[in-house]
Design a protein around this ligand. Sequence first.
Ligand code: DQA
Length: 150
Amino acid sequence: MKILIVNGPNLNMLGAREKQIYGEQTLDEMNKEIAAFCNDNGMETAFYQSNIEGEIVSAIHGVRSVYGADAIVINAGAYTHYSHAIGDALACVKVPKAEVHISNVHARENFRHLSVLADNCNGVICGFGADSYKLACLAMKNILIKQAEK
Ligand code: DQA
């Protein structure tokens, strides 16, 4: 069981950007923590980050063919709030999907309260830092197990 973890724009700047919101960890450090957690919980991981909308669309399309993954956990950054292209890409791929955010977007500016991705995901987890990704991976695992039992 393999999970593709997709990070969008500005998440490559973790550790440097707005530390009071996003913490001290770099993306690489966070990814290592998530990979270790997933490994301990019987999941493989693949990680992808891009600042470019179309590249994120293509990574989503390749979830199976390129990454050989069974589910997607995506933090699309600000694209979450307005990228219908990424929303449509999520609708294209028939794997379980979770939208995640490091910060609690509902406690922040109004424009962050809207997600145009959420209706094409199984669920949304936000506000728990790196744990948002870990919780989402566990949720993906549970969905995949239930699907395999059918
Ligand atoms: C974010 C929240 C978004 O509103 C913001 O644009 C980001 C990061 C988060 O993880 O908290 O870039 O997705």
